[in-house]
Write a protein that binds this ligand. Structure first.
Ligand SMILES: *Cc1c(COP(=O)(O)O)cnc(C)c1O
Length: 388
C-alpha cells in the first residue's frame, strides 16, 4: 500500500468517511443513534464517549489534516480548549499563555483556574524571552495562539517547541485563525492542535464545534476527562461539519487570495492609517509568517482615520456585514474596541494597539471588485463632511 499521506483536498473529500454498505451512497450516512449494542461488539459506542460512527470518522479526517495520530470533536471551540487544558493541568500546576488571547480562553483562565488551584502567567509579547521569563518549576503547559487576534502577530512555533522541550512542557496551539490549510503546527513539533471548528472548518457560519488533534497518548488523556465533562458534539452537527470540510481547502485558499488583494488595496487607501496582514511585506512578522505558514489566512485588520465616524462607516457597508464571528464564506467586519476588547479601559486598549478606528475584517469568497466597491462607498459616506 502507498504510505504517502494524501494531499489536503483528498483528505477533506475521502479520509474518514463512513461507508454506506447498505445502499452504496456517495457520502457518509448519518447515524443518529444514542444507543448501541454492547454484546458481541468490538467497540461500545455512545455519543458522550466521542465514538459514534460519524464522530469516529470525522476524527480521522481532522487527525490526518493536522498530521496527528488521533483527534476528538467537541461541542464548541471552548469545550475543546477547556478540556485539553484541564487534562494536563492539575492543582498546583502552572501554565504560560500569551497576553493576547482569544477572549473566551482568557475568561476561562482568569475566571475558572483559581477554583482548580491552577496557576497561570501571561507572556507580554511573542518573543522567546517573553515566554521563557514566565516559566517556573511547576509550569506544565505552554499555550500559544498564532496568528493573534486582531493584529495578526505571529508566534514562532519552532522556538516554542524548542523552549518547551528544554523545560519538559506540553505545547498547545489554538490554530483557529490559520486553519489546517495554512498552518500545520505538528511540522514544528507542537504537541496539541486545537480549533474552533465554528470558524474555518465549518466555514458557513452555521456550526458551533471544536476539535483537538494530537498523539494517541495525548488524546487518550484528553478523552479520559472529555467523557466525564461531556462536551461531545451531536451527530447531526458532526455530519454537517464533515460536509463543510470537504470544501475547506478551496474556501480557505480563495479567502487567502482575496484577503491579500484587500490588504494591498487598503494599504494604498488615503483614509487607511494601518493594515495588519501577515502576508504584507511590511507586517512586523512577515518573515516568520512566511517560514511557518503556507497561506496568510482570510483575516486582516485595518485602521481608519480616527477623525472618521466608525459607526457610520460600518452602517454604510451593504455587503460586508458587521458580525461577531469570523471565517465564513461571507465577508464580515468587527470593531474590536466595541466588542472583543470593549470591557478594557481605553488606556488598556491603547496599550494593546486597539484604537477606536481599528476594524477586523474576515474576508470571504466574494469577488474582490464587489468588496472594494462596498468599502469605497462606505469611505465616501464618512469622508468630506465628517473629516474635521
Ligand atoms: C471562536 C474562537 C474560539 C472559541 O470557539 P467557540 O466555537 O466559539 O467556542 C477559540 N479560539 C479562537 C481563536 C476563536 O476565534
Amino acid at each position: 500500500m502507498n504510505s504517502k499521506i494524501p494531499g489536503p483536498n483528498t483528505i477533506c473529500t475521502h479520509i474518514g468517511e463512513v461507508e454506506d454498505q447498505q445502499f452504496k451512497g456517495a457520502i457518509s450516512p448519518l447515524f443518529m443513534s444514542s444507543s448501541y449494542a454492547y454484546e458481541d461488539v468490538e467497540v461500545k459506542r455512545y455519543p458522550r464517549y466521542f465514538n459514534t460512527p460519524n464522530q469516529e470518522a470525522l476524527c480521522k479526517k481532522i487527525a490526518m489534516l493536522e498530521k496527528s495520530e488521533a483527534a476528538l470533536i467537541f461541542g464548541s471551540g471552548m469545550a475543546a480548549v477547556s478540556t485539553a487544558m484541564l487534562a494536563f493541568l492539575h492543582k498546583g500546576d502552572h501554565v504560560v499563555l500569551p497576553q493576547t488571547l482569544y477572549g473566551g480562553t482568557y475568561n476561562f483562565v482568569v475566571e475558572e483556574f483559581h477554583k482548580f488551584g491552577i496557576e497561570y502567567s501571561f507572556a507580554e509579547g511573542f518573543s522567546e524571552a517573553d515566554f521563557s521569563e514566565k516559566i517556573r518549576d511547576n509550569t506544565k503547559v505552554l499555550f500559544v495562539e498564532t496568528p493573534s487576534n486582531p493584529l495578526m502577530r505571529i508566534t514562532d512555533l519552532e522556538m516554542i517547541s524548542k523552549l518547551a522541550k528544554q523545560h519538559d512542557l506540553v505545547t498547545m496551539i489554538d490554530n483557529t485563525f490559520a486553519s489546517p490549510v495554512n498552518q500545520t503546527p505538528a511540522d514544528f513539533g507542537i504537541d496539541i492542535m486545537i480549533h474552533s471548528a465554528t470558524k474555518y472548518m465549518g466555514g458557513h457560519s452555521d456550526i458551533c464545534a471544536g476539535t483537538v488533534a494530537a498523539s494517541e497518548e495525548h488524546i487518550k488523556k484528553i478523552w479520559n476527562l472529555a467523557k466525564n465533562l461531556g462536551g461531545s458534539l451531536s451527530d447531526y452537527t458532526v455530519w454537517l461539519l464533515e460536509r463543510s470540510m470537504k470544501t475547506m481547502v478551496l474556501r480557505v485558499k480563495a479567502q487567502n487570495k482575496n484577503a491579500k488583494k484587500m490588504a494591498k488595496w487598503l494599504e494604498n487607501h488615503a483614509l487607511v492609517e494601518n493594515v495588519y496582514y501577515p502576508g504584507l511585506k511590511n507586517h512586523a512578522d512577515y518573515p516568520l509568517a512566511k517560514k511557518q505558514m503556507s497561506g496568510y489566512t482570510g483575516m486582516l485588520s485595518f485602521e481608519i482615520n480616527e477623525a472618521l465616524n466608525v459607526g457610520k462607516f460600518l452602517k454604510a457597508l451593504k455587503l460586508i456585514k458587521p458580525s461577531m464571528s469570523l471565517a465564513g464564506v461571507e465577508s464580515t467586519i468587527l470593531s474590536p474596541a466595541k466588542t472583543s476588547h470593549g470591557l478594557l479601559s481605553p488606556e488598556a486598549r491603547k496599550e494593546q494597539g486597539i484604537s477606536d478606528g481599528l476594524l477586523r475584517f474576515s474576508v470571504g469568497i466574494e469577488e474582490t471588485e464587489d468588496l472594494i466597491a462596498d468599502l469605497e462607498g462606505a469611505f465616501e459616506a464618512v469622508s468630506n463632511k465628517n473629516l474635521v
